[in-house]
Structures are given as structure tokens and as C-alpha cells.
Design a protein around this ligand. Sequence first.
Ligand SMILES: [Zn+2]
Length: 510
Amino acid sequence: MAFPTVRVFESYAATASEAFDAVMLLGDFSRPVPDDFSEFVAQAKQLDQRVGQQALLIPADVAGGRLILAPTGSLSCDYADVRFISDAAGTAARIAQQAGATSVLVVLFGIPSEERYNQAEAVAYWGICQALYEPLEAREFHGEGKLETLTTVGMIGALDEDWFQAVEAGKRVARDLAGTEPERMAPKRFAEYCQQAFAHTPVKVTVIDDLQQLQHEYPLFMAVARASVGVERHHPCVVRLEYKAPAAEQTLLLAGKGVVYDTGGADVKTGGHMAGMSRDKGGAAGVAGFVKTVAEMRPKTLSVVAELGLVRNSIGADAFVSDEIVTGHSGVRVRIGNTDAEGRLVLADLLSHLRVAASNYPRPQLFSVATLTGHAALAKGPYTALVPNGPARANLVAEQLWEAGEQYGDPAEISWLRREDFDMVRPRTKADDTLSSNTGPSATTKRGHQFPMAFLMIAAGLDKHGQDSEQPLPYVHVDIAGSGVEGGDWQHGKPTATPVTCFAGRYLQR
Ligand SMILES: [Zn+2]
């Protein structure tokens, strides 16, 4: 583990004999500062008006002599949420690391006792880890441990350090997989990373990489893969992750879009829009990360099955093109509308497999997780878009994820499926059953992140499992195109590991 370890103490007094080399005072500085620190803060304020306004390191008679002030701003205003705490913790953690501290005690104060701050300590810890995370390639070049020098985070309260670390372990897997350049995380190398991440855990990893088998079982996925097949190191694969709970009562079945590079295919991305498309595997990365947290937590009653579709949407003589009709695993004939709308083709086959598998498991819920549409980023900004089907709506599946996202600092917003979404993908002739996409960019298409959900339902055969069917299957489509990287900067932004925390908070907290 190269992320900071959590150490939990009952009180500030109980930390006296510990070898911390900095203390982080984190909270709303318009509220009273704890007695142990009030004198230091008051003195510093006389010299520096920034005290309480921005993150600062002041010399003080605390562990290591370093007191780092981490103001959150007002936590009681209407739009404040727990990310005020993770942001402040992250900024202060960078100061701590730059100052040379390796072991920081975090003291929270002035946190309103409101539901939105229920998970303040956990969120502060994850904020520190997010801020100090370094990319996999950077760690591989410089050596593990050379860049991430903060090794311990102390926290105070009745806290569960195993849970904090289990979530961070998952987030780290998600960031590593999402953020890497396209050759380092070509499909087979993505699969190898998963095999290592789940070695010696109860999660079973299966890699399907036989091209004939893939062609037979995942034909839409293989249409996307077609132009990559000529280059051996770019060959596609499907990774299946399974966790069987000892006394399963509920099952999550997740499909992850793992397009390791998206050139757009024959509808090639132009005008500089290709840069950053190595991050188009963020959905598969997020799902793998969540399963990593499952592997750490080993829930007793929750089983999880995931399928990750790892493929490069290359361009070449054998590239699939618009107008082609491809019959998916579900038997549904799909007319290709645009080859840059490839993620939904990958997901449709994965979802179709999960739909079949669902009948073997208790209380199944299905999810697709993907950096799917520019429209989601336009409509939601930095928030994950959740689009539930009828049975998911009836069971409040998206609402419960939304609530967890708010409290755990991985926020999402809900979008509703409408009749216009189905109209958009209706077949225009009897030659096909559905159209994958319109021809324009999703960001300039009305309902550009909702209508792909209609396509996914039809192409995966899930339209036969609505609320009016004999076998209703709750299904939520999760579009992380706006939330997957910090600042919406697909080329350089640090991966956020969404929706690991949201799902872990909803399904795994003890
Ligand atoms: Zn694309």
C-alpha cells in the first residue's frame, strides 16, 4: 500500500506520545478553534490576515512544530457540501508534503452536526489521498514511495480505519486504470493490472481474449475492436470479476466501458478533440475500483459481478463504419449511426451477458458505468449522471446512490428517461431494430446523455425487463463523462475515481 495509512485515536490527548511531524487543523475558522490550538491561531492572526482564510503552515508547539491551518469556509450555507472538507484537506496535505512532513495528525473542528457532514472524517482522508496521488507511470519511473512521501494520517474519533482504507484502495485502482496512457494500459495490460490487484483476494478474475470467442459472444464490442485486431498489442479483451458473498441476499451486476483509446474510429475525432481519449476507460476503471473495495470489505450478503469491455477504437482499413448493421449478443440488430458513439456498443454486449447472468443471482441490480457522452458533462458539469429504468425508479436505486454520493463526497444527479429518448433510436427500416446514434456530437444533441440509455436498454435486451414485464430488472446507467477527471480536463486532469466512493457508501459501509 503506497497511500497513507490511517491511525485512529480516541482524543487529541491520546496522540501525545505518537511521532506525528505535523498537525492539520481542519474546519470552519469562523467558529471557535479548539482550546489546544486557540492561542497559536490567535497569535498567527495578529501577524497574518490570511489565517482562517486560506491554507497556511504556522510554527507552533504541536507535534513536529508544524501547525497547518486548513479552512473549509462556511459549511452552513445553502450550497455547501462535504467536498468543502475534502478540498481543504487536500490543499493542506500538499503543503504538509511540500514542507517535508510524512505523518500528519488531522483535527477536525466546527463541523455542523448535519446529515451532509456525517462522513466528514472519511471524506477528509480521501481528500488527502486524492490530492497526493501520483500517476502510475510516474511511480513506475521514479520508484514506488519516492513521490508519495506522506505515509500516515492520524484521525480522532470512533472511526473505522479499515473502511477508510478499503475505499481508498479501490479509488487507487480506479485512478491507476483510468489515468494511464494508452500503451501502458492497452487492453491486455489492463487485464494484467486487474489480475495483480485481485491476486490473493476472494474476487475471481476471468480474461476472455480469444478473438473467435469474443466475435461470437460480443459482436458489437468486436465491431469497435475491428481496426485494432491487426496490431497484436492492441487486441481487445473482456475482463470478468466475480465476488460471491457467503450468504448472498443481493447482487450488483456492473458493466464498465473500457475504451483504452478512442480515436473516434472512421468518424475520426478532429480539431484536437482526440487528446485525453486514453481516459475513455474510466468506466471500467471505476467498476474495477469498486470491486477492489468489495474485495477488501468482503461483504457477507452482497455479491458482485462485473464485466469490463477493454478495447481500442482504432482507425484503419478494417474500421467499422456508419450504416453497418451488427447483430449484438442479445440478437438485436443495431444500425451504426456514428463510430465515435462506440461506448454504448461495448456496453450493450456486456449488459446483455449480465442480463442473462442476473437470473442466477438473488435480487439483481444492473449498472453501466461509462465516460459516455460530452452531453453529460455539459448538462451536469462535474457531477455523475444517473439514468434509472422503470424498475430502478420503483426501487429508488438512483435516489439511494444520489444520497450516498452527497454524504460521501462523490456527488451525482438524476436524469429521467423519456419517450423522446426511444424515438431517437427507433429503427428507420425493417433492416434493423435500433439506431446507435445520431451523427452530430452529443454535446450539441438534445437529450444527448439520456437517449443513449434508451439505446442500451434496447440493444442489451433490457427493454424486455421493464416494470410491466414478468421479470423486472432494476438498471441504472451511470455517465461519468463530467465527473471522471478533475476540472473536466480529460488530457491532464487527475482521475477522480468516481463512482467508487458513491457505490461503496451506498452498498458497503458496515
Ligand atoms: Zn467515442
